[in-house]
Each structure stands twice: as C-alpha cells, then as structure tokens.
Design a protein around this ligand. Structure first.
Ligand SMILES: *[C@@H]1O[C@H](CO)[C@@H](O)[C@H](O)[C@H]1NC(C)=O
Ligand SMILES: *[C@@H]1O[C@H](CO)[C@@H](O)[C@H](O)[C@H]1NC(C)=O
Ligand SMILES: *[C@@H]1O[C@H](CO)[C@@H](O)[C@H](O)[C@H]1NC(C)=O
Length: 479
C-alpha cells in the first residue's frame, strides 16, 4: 500500500507556508490512502565540515529501510543536478568491492567533491569542489550498499553475514521504489542504474528487476532508460583471464611466457586452474604483476607503510571517537593517500552530525569493508545484459584501458560475444581535439568505450573525458 504512486504534489513546499496542523489536514485530504510523510527519509545538508562556505550544489542525505523484518537501512547521498534537475536523468550509483562505500564514488570518481591532498596532521581533512562531476548533467544518488558498506546498517547482526548478489540487487530495487515514492518529482526523469568494478555485476541485475517491475506494471512505474558500467565484473572467467593477453600486449610478460600460459591453461579458469602446469604459470604471473599497480599500470605502486598516523594529543582523540584501526598509510604523493583522508573525515563526530548519521548504528567507517562474508550467488550477469538490452534499454560499458584488474580486453570480448550487430565500428572519440578513447556501438543501443590512459575507476584518472563521455551518451549523442 505505501508503495502506491502518489500524484506529483510538493508537500515540502506546502510545509513552509502552512502551520503543521493545517498541513496535516491538507495531507489527509489530498493523500487519503498513502499518507506520505514529507521528507521522511532525507534531510538537506547545506554545509560540510572541511568545505569552506555553503555547498555550491544541493546535497541531501538519509536512510531508506530496505528490509523491515531485519531492520536494514541503506544510507544515501543525493545530489541534485547542477544543470536542470527537473529534466536531467536520475543516476543511481553503486560502488564495487563488494562493500566499498558509495562515498568513494562521490569523492574519488564522479561526484562534485574531492579531498585536498595535504598531509594528515590531526585536523579535519579539507574538501573542495570538483568541476568535472557527473552531477553537472544528472541527479545522482550514491547508495551505500549492501549492508555493512559505508553508513548502511542493520539492527540484526546476522544481516551483516548474509550479503550476496541476490539480496544486494533486491534491496537496491526496494530502495529505488521507496526513494522515488518519497521523491515523486523525480519519477518522470529518465532513470539509469550505474556503477563500476564489482557493482558492474549488480547493475544489470537491478536493471532486470526494474524491468520486471515495469512489465508487471508495478506502481510506481519507474522510467528506466538503461544502465552504465565501468570496468565491470560479470562473473565470467574472461574478466580475469584477460589479464594475460593484456599483460602481453602491454609488454609486461614475454612472448614465450605468454605462449606457455596459453598452452598450459587452454580453456581453464586461470583463477582456479585444474592443471598443475597452469597453476605454476600463475604463481609466476602473479609474481610479475605484484611489482606494478594493477589499478593503473602507469601509476606508481605505493608501498603501504603501515604505522598509525600520529594523532595530535587529546583534542584529536576526543574528535575521532570512531577510530579503531586506521588503515595503512601510503606516501603522500600516492593517489590512494586520499583514502586515509576519507577515513579520518568520515570518522569524525562533526562530519557524522552534518551528514545526519544515526547514533549508534555504525562504529568505524571504512572505505571498503572486506571483513564480512559475501555470496557470489549469481554466477554470471551476462544473461541480464542480454535480456535488459534486448528489452529496449540502453547500455554504456566503459573501460579505463590501463586497468589490469578487469582489463578492457575481456570486457571488449564479452560485449562482442553478445552477438549484437555493429552499428558503428571501433573508432576514436575526442575531447579538446585529442583522442580520449575508442568506441564501438552495437545494435540494441549498446556502446562499448575505452577511456585512454585511465585506470580501474576511469573517472578518477580522466575526470574531464569521462564527464564528456557521460554527457554525450546521456543526451543520445555519439561519443
Ligand atoms: C594541519 O594542516 C593544515 C593544512 O593542511 C593547517 O591548516 C593546520 O593548521 C595544521 N594543523 C596543525 C595542528 O598543525
Ligand atoms: C554468439 O554466437 C556464437 C557463435 O555463433 C555462439 O556460440 C554464442 O552462443 C552466441 N552468443 C549468444 C549470447 O547468443
Ligand atoms: C535503440 O535501438 C533501437 C533498435 O536497435 C532503435 O530503433 C532506437 O532508435 C534506439 N534508440 C536510441 C535512443 O538510440
């Protein structure tokens, strides 16, 4: 009942001009059956600690209960489009891991904030505005999911131990429905599901559930248009096997070693070889890879020097009530030094207050929470890709072409293996007159694009290019 579509009224607007009692009676008259509570799930965040002045965009944070029995609530950051919020698409962003916080997507990849790279000295890390944010062209929800990620929590401890592909995707769908019931003015905006890395496996599964709901005419009717995935995992062995031809093409392994692996491992899943010769090859292969940064083979591999950063006396200790085990600290000139800054920032009381984090729900905030079990209970999401794209929905699959975790070589191969006909064959796309990557467009509105020089989380490395890519794709232009 409470999921029923409510006509697009603006209860929050009325709230400002009417006293509470009058508002209540208006609501009872206008919404006799669904009784929505205005702004039930979220609250506006006008300022953030560490950011100078008011935020130059509209941020709302809040919770949506995705499982009423297990009392599981997903935390979200919602940022209204800095373009035209009434008409721009609505993008739901999921971060991979599984169990990395969506805040990583916001602050390291596609959102309008980033940390100032300065050595952590016990005072709050600073944030500044990131101009090349996807919120320039879309309304974005960054969702901490599954439970155990970021600030999402459950009041039943066993919920933390039964995460998996199936429950994660079902909860995301439940979230979307409830969030849109609560924000009916975004029901008509084109809806896209997006995410990268491991979330790339979940995105088409969620899209499939939305599609099923649309076909069953479930209310509210979601305006799904398609999905976007970056360096996505699918569950297919090609995702990881592709590291071998990638490493060979990039000059990381020799021709002879490449041939030896091909001979010894033909047809096998390289991550769980059945042949001992193949297994030996992989020990050597891993040793070779261990020398370089897999997230972007061109960047330095940052040794994780581990001593706990010095906190400055009592003041700092009092501020950081949530610290248990700070993560290892990389060198300041390493890209992932920002992970440390995020850790200190998110574990500070003033920050939690500003974000409206419920007290006593999450102890230590971690960028990624790998300690909890996770069931990969859907073997492959290829059938979801096939079904959703064949169902008339659009898809953008992009790949930072210097990622060795899930190399473009494999992603290119599985997109081609869907056997869609080629509409526009492998050609360059450009930003500022320079080649920004290469793209192939298939029938069923499937685009595969590389981002030249980018690593695993492409936008983190090629901000400007990735904004141009998403802007063009969302407006149905060729890349
Ligand atoms: C820490 O560094 C910031 C600049 O990054 C500076 O403004 C602040 O005063 C420093 N605090 C201490 C305690 O040294
Ligand atoms: C694509 O075509 C190949 C060769 O004809 C076939 O083996 C494969 O099953 C097809 N894939 C799909 C997804 O239809
Ligand atoms: C999507 O694909 C269909 C069939 O391939 C095509 O007719 C339609 O124009 C495409 N839509 C967009 C928005 O590109």
């Amino acid at each position: 009942m409470c999921l029923m579509f409510t006509p697009a009224r603006k209860p929050t607007k009325m709230a400002s001009s009417l006293p509470p009692l009058a508002l209540l009676s208006v609501l009872l008259v206008v919404f006799p059956f669904s009784a929505p509570s205005p702004a039930r799930s979220g609250a506006v965040v006008p300022r953030l600690p560490g950011f100078r002045g008011p935020l130059p965009f509209r941020l709302e944070t809040g919770y949506v209960e995705v499982d009423e029995v297990k009392e599981t609530e997903f935390f979200y950051y919602f940022i209204e489009s800095e373009g035209n919020p009434a008409e721009d698409p609505l993008l739901l962003w999921l971060t991979g891991g599984p169990r990395c916080s969506a805040f990583c997507g916001l602050v390291f990849e596609v959102g309008p904030l980033k940390f100032v790279s300065a050595k952590y000295n016990g005072s709050l890390p600073s944030l500044v505005y990131r101009p090349y944010s996807w919120t320039k062209v879309s309304n974005m929800i960054f969702l901490d999911s599954p439970v155990g990620s970021g600030f999402s929590f459950s009041r039943h401890v066993e919920s933390y131990y039964d995460g998996g592909d199936i429950s994660w995707s079902q909860y995301v769908y439940a979230f979307l429905i409830k969030w849109l019931v609560d924000h009916p003015k975004f029901l008509a905006n084109p809806l896209y599901i997006a995410g990268d890395s491991y979330a790339g496996k979940i995105v088409p599964i969620v899209a499939q559930q939305v599609l099923n709901g649309i076909e069953a005419e479930k209310r509210p009717l979601l305006n799904l248009q398609g999905y976007v995935i970056g360096n996505p995992f699918t569950g297919e062995k090609i995702d990881l096997n592709a590291r071998v031809p990638f490493a060979h093409g990039m000059g990381i392994i020799s021709d002879d070693f490449f041939k030896l692996i091909q001979r010894s491992c033909a047809g096998q899943d390289y991550r769980s070889p059945i042949d001992s010769q193949c297994e030996m090859c992989f020990d050597t292969f891993d040793e070779i890879l261990s020398e370089i940064n897999r997230y972007n083979i061109l960047e330095p591999k940052c040794a994780l020097a581990s001593p706990k950063p010095k906190t400055e006396g009592r003041r700092a200790l009092k501020e950081y009530l949530h610290l248990l085990e700070p993560p290892p600290t990389p060198a300041l000139n390493c890209r992932n030094y920002a992970h440390i800054l995020a850790y200190y920032w998110a574990n500070t009381d003033v920050v939690r207050k500003a974000l409206h984090i419920k007290k006593g729900t999450v102890g230590e905030w971690k960028r990624c929470n790998y300690d909890l079990p996770y069931a990969m209970d859907i073997k492959s999401s290829i059938k979801h890709h096939l079904s959703v794209t064949s169902g008339g929905y659009r898809a953008l699959v992009y790949s930072g072409d210097h990622d060795m975790l899930i190399p473009f070589v494999g992603t290119k191969q599985w997109t081609r293996s869907l056997n869609f006909s080629v509409i526009d064959n492998w050609r360059s796309w450009h930003v500022d007159g320079q080649v920004a990557g290469y793209a192939t467009t298939y029938s069923n509105n499937l685009t595969f694009a590389t981002v030249k020089g980018a690593g695993h989380t492409a936008a983190e490395y090629k901000n400007k290019e990735c904004l141009a890519m998403i802007r063009r794709w969302l407006s149905h232009e060729p890349l």
